[in-house]
Design a protein around this ligand. Sequence first.
Ligand SMILES: Cc1cc2nc3c(=O)[nH]c(=O)nc-3n(C[C@H](O)[C@H](O)[C@H](O)COP(=O)(O)OP(=O)(O)OC[C@H]3O[C@@H](n4cnc5c(N)ncnc54)[C@H](O)[C@@H]3O)c2cc1C
Length: 305
Amino acid sequence: MIMSEPTLFAGLRGTLKRDESLARHITWRCGGKADLAYVPADRDDLAVLVRCLPPTEQLTVIGLGSNLLIRDGGLRGAVVLMHNPGGTLAVSDGLVYSDAGVASPKVARFAAAHGCAEAEFLAGIPGTVGGALAMNAGCYGGETWGYVARVEVLLRDGSFAVRTPADYSIGYRSVRRAGGGALDGVFTAAWFRFPQGDASAARTRIKELLAKRIATQPLNLPNAGSVFRNPPGDHAARLIEGCGLKGHAIGGARVSEKHANFIVNPEGKARAADIEALIGHVRRVVAEKTGVTLEPEVQIIGEGE
Ligand SMILES: Cc1cc2nc3c(=O)[nH]c(=O)nc-3n(C[C@H](O)[C@H](O)[C@H](O)COP(=O)(O)OP(=O)(O)OC[C@H]3O[C@@H](n4cnc5c(N)ncnc54)[C@H](O)[C@@H]3O)c2cc1C
């Protein structure tokens, strides 16, 4: 088993952590541990790690953990922690380049400063570029893949591929391979094409969008954004609120009073099992009372205790 053979990792330049608490890396601030967590030094270092891993070894990627619930029993195999506050951002040939570990709000501010329009929506999405690519994150009319010119992907055999949107099937908070298969590999970089705009107008728009979020979302409490996708033609928050579920709590987890599609962990004491049970309860009640089955937007992974 890979975990008992540290020599296999000789030559890596990043940081290897064993039994790492993933609550530190997830915005809900709960969940189990990773057997092995790795913070790569850069993309080439990540490629070395991937080549070290047996092909069947489970490999999980975490960006900023802002769309993830990791069960209390944690994650087996290897976990790659992609967030890279020092990651590269650049403009070249009219495209904005970003390493996948860069936080999306940073891309929004960088694009604005370079006179790009329409990247402002990324300012309110508190994940990495890699997470935004995997989720097709979006808001206020903008979606990540609407602006992607190409991406770089590290495949499981350790090789890199450059792909375009035509290689993917892209929908609302959904990205799959063009043939319909699940995403493969790790996004390591993206090149975005934004229309030309005005830096000062873009900065103003960012401020407005952030003010709107502060007014409507419980950003001062641990959460993972919208828990459920909006059903066609409706809003999950409206349905949940209509069922009287605001404030409903299980263990340390509570449906936010401020925004019904958010579940918060107000005292940082919720277990992942509390949050998962609350998600299940909300789904059941909404289905019983409205006939609409809500589909989670957050991803729930790992082993129960
Ligand atoms: C307060 C708040 C507000 C939010 N608002 C919005 C919003 O308006 N719109 C919206 O769409 N989302 C929103 N979200 C959800 C979340 O921020 C986005 O889905 C975000 O893009 C996730 O990025 P992440 O780096 O945190 O991904 P994670 O949560 O770490 O991971 C999410 C998924 O992406 C995969 N992934 C991450 N990085 C990579 C990579 N490099 N390569 C391959 N796969 C990868 C993970 O394996 C996982 O499957 C919000 C969340 C919060 C907490």
